[in-house]
Design a protein around this ligand. Structure first.
Ligand SMILES: [Zn+2]
Length: 578
């Protein structure tokens, strides 16, 4: 084994070692006030400009069809842990922001829009919650956001991250009509875009709910703040509370910059480039070489197609972290494959992995909840074992015609599942790989992770329903992946504060809503002070650290701290560079 190939674990301890939590409210950074590009003198001007900018945003987004993912956990009270999940729902679809949607159709069932929104994902859809409603929450009022319908009252100035904001309470005027926004908006003080909305819609209809929402936008492209996160929550368990409905839901929006019709694009560029052979001796491929090239072609096709459908992050920073762990496993096991194994990040929340050719794909939600590097190694080792054992799936996608389907039907056209026998063989091989690896003595946390998953699995069936890979659980919610780890290591103890078995969702990976790049969140660990702070696999509110857009490579920023980077759609970047 070559020493240079060996990557020390310490490097990753920085990225993966922190007990990640959603970012907390930070105090306003000490900085000189930014110069407004154009000065709005009165609060009236501020409101007028914010209204103008809101309509400009709706206009700009008209041609976009981003993905919206909503993951919702129903809650039940627990003596020790407070509110814990009692069930869950998952929605994924594409939004059409062309503006012909009447928000008041939210309550009566609007078949065509639901179909459009959900596309091929209807089987995931639970009508009780109408994900449509979550999609709406990116704007205060799509139709009538103006002074004829609303009153605006200045509250205070406040920093959200690095961005100074003017905060206004927004109330619908008397007789403004149904389904009007009631709440608060944060308006940044340079171009007067709304960056955050928090509130609900009124009046509450007889048969239904308008959920409360906290909706965040990010300055991912010049001049616009793009809707990226919506947090919703209803119900409480305080004494005497009457709420029948209790849930928390995270909606993430991404894929704004995806081609509107990627399949049409692909018709024009069916792959011919891989035919060209630049090797010194340009011979025909031997049968074995041909087999490998065929697999590679399938692998390339699948990754391209998943990325075009908005389900896979472009190659980037997180891949390299996964790659490092894979290298550690390979080198210590003398695994020497004809082509290197690499890794990619799927953008969705459900916990799943799969591999096509030599590429291992891990979902964002899975990475989010893993407490340390050894548990990540545990997850990756299973897929690496499939590759080492030559369990091939997806070879049929070397035929380009098999990639010509609509983005929304990706899940019904793709699938990379192994037989139960191959799954068992991969688990056995994976344990062998782990025992020879630098993680051999650190598998206690991996075992606790599986135990935590086992404990919560019956309530988290949506989170545990894979869409492309093999399931981690059987139909009854029993763990079937790496289940040997359930028998080893320490016992799960929910009251032990230094035992972190699994993290909440959203603590590790941040997705750029505009261009889909994934990056690791570099937050400092937040101290856990009670068993309720652990929140394994749970949904929490969002609190992104807002920063202003900066062109990559430029240094003339007015913000004080280059704390997070905002990769842009225009830059041919491999990910954020900080
Ligand atoms: Zn497998």
């Amino acid at each position: 084994m070559s020493i240079s190939k060996y990557v020390m674990i310490g490097f990753l301890a920085i990225a993966m070692g922190a007990v990640a939590q959603p970012a907390t409210v930070e105090p306003a950074p000490p900085q000189t006030p930014a110069q407004p590009t154009s000065s709005a003198v009165t609060m009236d001007d501020v409101v007028n400009r914010a209204i103008t900018r809101e309509h400009a945003l709706m206009d700009m987004l008209k041609t976009r069809t981003p993905l919206i993912e909503t993951y919702l956990q129903n809650l039940k009270p627990d003596q020790t842990l407070g509110a814990v999940p009692s069930g869950d729902h998952y929605f994924l679809g594409r939004m059409d922001l062309s503006g012909n949607i009447d928000r008041r159709d939210y309550l009566p069932k609007n078949e065509s829009f639901e179909k459009m929104l959900l596309g091929g994902f209807t089987k995931l859809f639970h009508f009780q919650y109408r994900p449509l409603g979550f999609a709406w929450m990116i704007f205060a009022d799509r139709q009538d956001f103006d002074r004829q319908h609303y009153d605006f009252k200045f509250v205070r100035r406040e920093f959200l991250g690095d961005v100074r904001c003017l905060v206004f309470d927004v109330t619908p005027k008397k007789d403004a009509g149904d389904g009007r926004f009631l709440g608060r908006v944060w308006i940044e003080d340079e171009a007067y875009n709304i960056v955050r909305l928090n509130g609900t819609y009124v009046p509450r209809p007889k048969k239904g709910y308008f959920f409360h929402m906290d909706s965040w936008r990010l300055n991912l492209i010049p001049a616009y703040w793009i809707p990226a996160y919506v947090y919703s929550e209803e119900g409480d368990f305080s004494y005497g509370a009457k709420d029948k409905l209790a849930f928390r839901a995270q909606s993430r929006i991404w894929g704004y910059d995806l081609k509107k019709d990627a399949s049409a694009e692909e018709l024009a560029q069916i792959r011919v480039d891989s035919v060209k052979d630049n090797s010194a001796q340009a011979e025909d491929a031997s049968p074995l070489e041909a087999e490998r090239k065929w697999q590679q072609q399938a692998e390339d096709n699948v990754m391209e197609r998943l990325q075009a459908a908005g389900l896979l992050a472009p190659a980037g920073e997180v891949d390299k972290v996964l790659q490092t762990v894979i290298n550690n496993l390979e080198v210590t096991n003398n695994i020497d494959l004809p082509r290197p194994v690499s890794a990619r990040v799927m953008l969705t929340a459900p916990l799943e992995t799969f591999s096509v050719g030599n590429v291992i794909v891990v979902s964002r939600g899975f990475i989010d909840t893993l407490p340390d590097e050894a548990s990540l190694a545990m997850v990756l080792s299973h897929e690496l074992a499939h590759i080492v054992l030559g369990h091939k799936v997806g070879g049929k996608f070397a035929f380009s015609d098999r990639l010509l389907f609509s983005d929304e039907s990706t899940y019904s056209n793709f699938g990379f599942r192994h037989t139960p026998a191959e799954e068992a063989a991969a688990d056995a091989k994976a344990l062998e790989i782990l025992k020879n690896s630098p993680y051999a003595q650190k598998l206690d946390v991996a075992s606790l992770y599986m135990k935590q998953l086992s404990e919560r699995a019956p309530e988290l069936s949506a989170l545990l329903t894979p869409h492309l890979g093999n399931s981690i659980t059987d139909s009854k919610g029993n763990i079937i992946r790496m289940s040997a780890l359930l028998q080893t290591g320490p016992a799960l103890d929910r009251t032990k504060l230094d035992q972190i078995a699994a993290l909440p969702l959203g603590g590790r990976v941040k997705i750029n809503a505009w261009d889909d790049h994934a990056e690791l969140i570099k937050g400092a660990p937040v101290a856990i002070t009670s068993a309720r702070d652990k929140m394994p696999f749970e949904v929490t509110p969002f609190f992104p650290h807002l920063t202003r857009f900066r062109n990559p490579g430029t240094t003339d920023n007015t913000t004080a701290e280059p704390n997070t980077t905002n990769p842009t759609s225009t830059a041919p970047s491999n990910g954020p560079n900080n």
